[in-house]
Design a protein around this ligand. Sequence first.
Ligand code: GDP
Ligand code: ZN
Length: 299
Amino acid sequence: MSGRIDTNGTVIAAHGRHYLVQAGDAKLQCVTRGKKSDVAVGDIVRLKQTSPDQGVIEAINERRTLLYRSDQYKSKLLAANVTQLFIVVATEPGYSDDLVSRALVAAEAAGIKTHLVLNKIDITDSLAKTRERLSLYTGLDYPVHEVSARTMPEKTCAILNPLLKGHSTILIGQSGMGKSSLINLLVPDAELATREISAALDSGKHTTTFTRLFMLDEETSIIDSPGFQEFGLYHLTEGMLERAFREFRPHLGSCKFYNCHHLNEPGCAVLAAVDAGAISPMRHALYQQLVHESSQKLY
Ligand code: GDP
Ligand code: ZN
């Protein structure tokens, strides 16, 4: 056989318009045809292999899910085909409820199940307070798993591995929560693989600034997404937002006005639930902020 070979692969890292695609045992450095740049980590792509370690992406297979974030000017693909999101939080340093809830909303809008992972439960001084803060999310039926990557590595793996099996899981967390520690526990040779990936993408020292996928077995993968400080959701419409807040759902349709925005309308069932203590004021304030962001988008 000479010349170019058609094959399928999984995008395991992206850096600018350069992609690294795992095709069987080979990792191929790929570009897209033309100016196309809507490829995401996790995408299954059809490509033409042009050399033992290079290829051209020809097409993206239909996606099961697609996770985005966005600012006022554009939306950015975070990962494709993810089946669940793990949000890593810790006892110390404190996490931001705003960021956790934004991630939850993004996942709800994309149809992705979310788990919270509470790391560093060995820091017992802050454990009770953190559990109390997290009761907001357990109350919304988001599972919370208590682990300690540093002091209980085996127990942590015993808790998380069965949840990961058969899924494509994206981990996100603010810096300092212990996400890297968890990845290193859950992914054998994660650091080596990351060095390989960044060498192949020629991104030099930017090793942790890009999203990367680790294949654990045929049907299990973990995506490590760099620490997030901002999680813009300008791309979500009001209709998507009201449904992405789980606790709003039982009240939708009960407002006085059928086109209620749940902001300050009389007879709003969502606002009544906030007043009655059934919906957290923090979550409603975030909804308000996200509706505002949605109206500010320029694309
Ligand atoms: P990342 O920024 O989220 O990737 O966090 P790292 O994995 O780099 O961890 C941040 C700090 O928390 C490091 O000093 C870790 O050693 C520490 N750390 C990670 N897991 C635990 C844990 O379970 N308990 C405690 N006490 N410290 C931890
Ligand atoms: Zn309403």
